[in-house]
Design a protein around this ligand. Structure first.
Ligand SMILES: [Ca+2]
Ligand SMILES: [Ca+2]
Ligand SMILES: [Ca+2]
Length: 426
């Protein structure tokens, strides 16, 4: 049973295949589809079939089963070359087209129809100088609701290629109820963004209209690598703000684009950066010893000498406290206590001062030096970590001195060191 069903399907496909023909075809405009070839009913949507073909003088569109006086209004938009508009002519509202259309055909019902021409100079849709006459259109109505349309190729700039969308909207509202290519939305609710279109790259003979490729206008955040047969989200670290592009832009230095499908990039926050080479999917916190007070930067700055930046992601630096320093070369993640023999009374300094002659600084992290006591001294070269007792037969009766007095001739301290007054010499 299932085998038999499959066989009959195969037979139908085979019969349809042998019956196909190719352009060029010239059907009569009479509300009768019997003069169209079997490969010219290109798609179905909402129960309606779209027919499409051409010959050397005309483009032909067919649409079955709709009374345009009561069941809605008909719209055709064509991109034939440079310029044009991706917004439709306002008709109870506008829709977004997947290309910059140069011509359109609007039909309200009965015999009303209008070929329109986008005026790039004034940025508006104008009625075309030539309108297809009644002899060129058979509008579906009550007794014969099949529509056939013939548009003179010379009336639309004699294009050699064309991109096309066709749709129907409600009788007195912009809501789209059928749309071709049928990959396009037809939600019956307000303004739509049409994403797909038929693309005929050469309006020549030998082409089967039902094999015309449907192209996708990539949305913002996407790009196409296969001539718009499909779209791919922009990879992390890149973005695309516009529709219909074949590339994504690498995020700039100081910016990032996280995840895929980004329509824009974001600025790195203060305390972080992304490199000038670009393409970051995330920003990097400033490393220890560096800082960045501003957003959208491609670098962090070394902490200045006398300051430090501890941990990562710093937006600023901190002064070293008194008794500490960081080197003038910068980039410190911590400050260093002043070594023994030196001191620093101020905060935010890149150096420590040597203890002066007659002074000393013991241990590390000193904020001040101390004077040597009487009976002791430190050398005038400075940097002493402690004071030295005055040698025997000498004395020093003042504090803070780098030298000492010799006992007067004929006197001594009897071998005692550290004498702190002249009377110790006897
Ligand atoms: Ca016909
Ligand atoms: Ca165009
Ligand atoms: Ca209508």
């Amino acid at each position: 049973m299932r085998k038999a069903a499959l066989l009959s399907i195969l037979m139908i496909i085979s019969i349809a295949g042998t019956g196909t023909a190719t352009t060029e075809t010239s059907p009569s405009i009479d509300g009768d589809f019997s003069d169209w070839d079997s490969d010219e009913d290109v798609q179905t949507d909402a129960g309606k079939t779209l027919y499409f073909t051409w010959d050397s003088n005309y483009i032909y569109i067919g649409w079955d089963g709709t009374n345009w006086a009561s069941d809605g209004d008909f719209f055709l938009y064509m991109d034939t070359g440079t310029g044009g508009s991706s917004t439709t002519k306002a008709w109870d509202g506008t829709h977004t087209l997947p290309f910059a259309a140069d011509y359109g055909l609007i039909a309200g019902g009965g015999d009303y129809h209008q070929l329109i021409d986008y005026n790039d100079a004034s940025s508006q849709w104008d009625n075309a100088a030539s309108n297809p006459g009644n002899s060129d259109v058979y509008w579906g109505w009550g007794s014969d609701d099949d529509t056939e349309i013939r548009i003179s190729r010379s009336d639309i700039g004699s294009p050699t290629s064309v991109s096309m969308v066709v749709y129907a909207q409600w009788e007195s509202a912009q809501n789209i109820w059928a749309s071709f290519p049928n990959q396009n939305p037809a939600s019956g609710s307000g303004s739509e963004t049409l994403t797909h279109y038929f693309r005929v790259t050469s309006l020549t003979s030998g082409i089967a209209p039902d094999a015309i490729p449907v192209k996708e206008n990539c949305a913002a955040g996407q790009y196409s690598t296969d001539n718009f047969e499909s779209c791919t989200p922009c990879p992390a670290g890149s973005f695309q703000p516009y529709t219909g592009k074949s590339w994504c832009t690498t995020a700039w230095g100081g910016q990032y684009a996280t995840g895929t499908g980004n329509t824009g990039q974001s600025a790195c926050a203060a305390g972080s950066y992304s490199p000038t080479s670009g393409g970051a999917s995330a920003c990097t916190p400033c490393e220890a010893g560096k800082f960045q007070p501003s957003g959208a930067k491609s670098y962090c700055t070394l902490a200045w000498g006398g300051q430090y930046a501890t941990g990562t992601g710093n937006t600023g630096t901190t002064d070293c406290v008194a008794g500490e320093h960081s080197p003038s070369s910068g980039g410190a993640s911590a400050c260093t206590p002043c070594p023994a023999g030196t001191f620093q009374p101020s905060a935010g300094k890149a150096w420590c001062r040597l203890a002066e002659g007659g002074q000393y600084a013991s241990g590390t992290g000193n904020t001040a030096q101390s004077p040597c006591a009487a009976g002791s001294y430190s050398p005038s070269s400075g940097g002493a970590t402690s004071c030295t007792a005055v040698p025997a037969d000498n004395y020093q009766d003042q504090a803070g001195m780098s030298w000492y007095h010799a006992c007067p001739s004929g006197t001594s301290t009897s071998g005692v060191t550290g004498s702190d007054e002249a009377s110790d010499c006897a």
